[in-house]
Design a protein. Sequence first.
Length: 431
Amino acid sequence: MDIQAIRNDFPILERRIHGHPLIYLDNAATTHKPRQVLETWHACYTQHNANIHRSPHTLGQEASDLYEQAHRGVARYIGAESWRQVVFVRNGTEAINLVAYSLMHGPSGRLRLSPGDEIVLTVMEHHSNWVPWQLARDECGVTLKVVDICADGTLDLQQLQAALSERTRLVCCTHVSNVLGTINPVREIGRLAHAAGALLLVDGAQSVPHLPVTVQELDCDFLAFSGHKMLAPMGIGVLYGRAELLEQMAPFLRGGDMIDQVNAQTATWNRLPWKFEAGTPDVAGAVALGGAIDHASGQRLVGAIDYLTGLGMEAVRSHELELTSHLLRGLQAVPGVRVFGPSSPEQRCGVVAFDVHSSGEFGDAHLIAELLNEEGIAVRAGGHCAYPLLSRLGVPGTLRASVYLYNTMAEIDRLLDVLQEIISHKLVALA
Ligand SMILES: Cc1ncc(COP(=O)(O)O)c(C=O)c1O
């Protein structure tokens, strides 16, 4: 990959922060958006703005067509059999809430949670894959079982296997941990879940942007992810589901566009995916994610997915692997730094959580992040919306550097140098 050419597509990378060139290493929180994707978003509003599925005029037809194409683009990217299995939502959180609500209010049978049912989670889930299931526990009387990690930061598969029983309805598992970076063996987890008669929901928020991911390879029943973590605007996310499940599941939100027939007392539901897309959707966001051909001009409106497939997800992964290896090696060599998660880069993505031990105390992650920011380096500090995991690790918070396709080795070197400087001089002076 030509990193300099890529960087030229991201105007924000030219910013200076406190007089220093911006080094953006907070990609697990959100990524920047390339010019091409921003132009697509702009074109949707300047050339094709209309509501979908209701207005017979040209703009209305164009917007409806672009929006449907965006579903097709996402379906191709994740290898879904049909674009109707792709539901646009606001973000990964909403996608998981959709499944949880639907299973709490579904038809009888395996698509409705009942007292005595069990849901298996892993201790490394993001809050968005915990809290909806806590609600399901409270409202439906299901039991939550939590699978631990091993000492090396990988999932304890034996414990997962032991947690499964004929009472398990659902296994909820992140593909990649947003703290440890661990890549979970989702296919194997799915095999175990399915053998127990359970469904598998995969949180792909940290994997779909960084790895080649297809739903066939994962063999999952549901996959949730967010556009903003993969070069698309904020406000668009995806739920993929197996068609036979989505067909039977109860709708989440109710109102316009998700109905087939309505009378004063009852309603019937529209076809997939519209049944789950009540109200006016984020058309521009969807097209900026999935891409589409503007039939009026014959031009391609480049979506984030076009941008990623243009580079090739294998190439993206291999670039990130190089950066991550370098970052891990570098951090491990800085005295006082403790890195969380697997030490082998192959077992993880480019999310690296660490803390700093100085003057006999573990340094305040927020203070160090602020000192890094003074040098133009953006990292995250805190609990990363994964408090159960942080509590399992026995730390109140960590620093977290996370890379993406536009980061360079020189940026990693600068992070390491500045961190070293902070530990050797600034923290001692502040102590
Ligand atoms: C693993 C994981 N799951 C889910 C989410 C939630 O994503 P969003 O805030 O876009 O809904 C995040 C966000 O950081 C995440 O890292």
